[in-house]
Design a protein around this ligand. Structure first.
Ligand code: COA
Length: 249
């Protein structure tokens, strides 16, 4: 399924303005096509995964089986970015229930078999399994577009938001002078820049803590950030509560 038509959606446009620090998202990316991920691209997606996460252990990486399972159980939760026929970006996730006041968890416990086994259509949160952009294509807004497509799924299904454990590749340069918790606080405050966490913060995510032993990555001593994006348009039908964006009031 081709998904560029989402860009014309009114809610999408509102996200575009609020999710990237107020800057309208209108970069010229017409040469890149965004699609729901398809099994035909599974091998290329796994190849991109290994290229983009060179420090991670095998258990942390997407597999062909996981990609095919995602297509079977929750196809609209995964996207790819194509330059012609070449996969140059991707992002996937599932719906789960999660208590966000408790950052510490192991991804496998939350997402289940092959990264998607615990998909629950009634789950409150979209759990981001991974997002990656080919090094040659970074800094061109491709991850932002993939995040926007995820946010659209969250809005369409009235979910509370997106949660994820995020790698913190820049921690390796600071781990001898501060803890992982201090590092993510410094990045969140804008005093340090992290190639991954800064991009996530620029896309509207909040840092809600750190996760020990989240990844097999000796460079970061296995630490990850715990990040949350709150759906401003979420409506709790039971309590009639909502957390709409102030602009919507
Ligand atoms: C993190 C990643 C997905 C970002 O992809 P990208 O397409 O380059 O990101 P974008 O171009 O959409 O940039 C999004 C925002 O982050 C900022 N950003 C991106 N890379 C950055 C960097 N290295 N340093 C500082 N800011 C950065 C951009 O300036 C942009 O902010 P803006 O909207 O205010 O201008 C990409 O670097 C990547 O694949 N990294 C390796 C895999 C990874 O860490 N994935 C995350 C899993 S938790």
């Amino acid at each position: 399924m081709h998904v560029d038509s989402l860009a014309g959606d009114a809610a999408y446009q509102r996200i575009a303005c609020s999710g990237t620090g107020g800057r309208p998202y209108c970069r010229a990316m017409s040469e890149i096509e965004y699609r729901v991920a398809e099994g035909a691209y599974a091998d290329a997606m796994v190849e991109l995964e290994h290229l983009c996460f060179p420090n991670l252990g095998g258990d942390d990486l997407l597999t062909v089986e996981g990609i095919l399972l995602q297509e079977a159980v929750f196809p609209e939760g995964a996207f790819i970015a194509l330059d012609g026929d070449r996969v140059i970006g991707m992002g996937s996730g599932i719906f789960v229930d999660y208590e966000i006041s408790q950052p510490q968890h192991h991804m496998a416990d939350v997402v289940g078999h092959e990264g998607v086994g615990n998909h629950d259509p009634d789950g409150d949160w979209y759990y981001g399994i991974d997002i990656a952009v080919h090094p040659d294509y970074r800094g061109r807004g491709i991850a932002s577009k993939l995040y926007q497509l995820r946010k659209q799924v969250v809005i369409d299904h009235n979910k509370r938001g997106i949660i994820a454990g995020g790698v913190i590749p820049g921690f390796v340069n600071h781990k001898h002078e501060m803890t992982a918790a201090e590092y993510v606080e410094e990045v969140a405050a804008g005093r340090l820049v992290d190639a991954t966490l800064t991009a996530q913060i620029r896309n509207g995510f909040e840092v809600r803590g750190v996760i020990a032993d989240y990844v097999q990555d000796p460079t970061s001593d296995n630490w990850a950030s715990f990040i949350v994006w709150f759906n401003p348009w979420y409506r709790d039908d039971e309590t009639d509560d909502d957390n709409r964006h102030p602009e919507e009031e």
